[in-house]
Write a protein that binds this ligand. Structure first.
Ligand SMILES: [Zn+2]
Length: 44
């Protein structure tokens, strides 16, 4: 069983979910849009 690592696109926090379902909020910044980038920005 593989649990994918989740990454918050807002605060860059990474964590492993406890449940199979995707969490609604980032555990760090509590953003409900943690899996959605705010803007399309290329900075690399
Ligand atoms: Zn976050």
């Amino acid at each position: 069983m593989k649990i994918p690592k989740l990454k918050c696109l807002r605060c860059k926090h990474k964590w492993f979910p406890r449940k199979e379902k995707k969490p609604r909020f980032c555990p760090k910044c509590n953003s409900p849009y943690w899996d959605k980038p705010k803007k399309k920005k290329k900075k690399e």
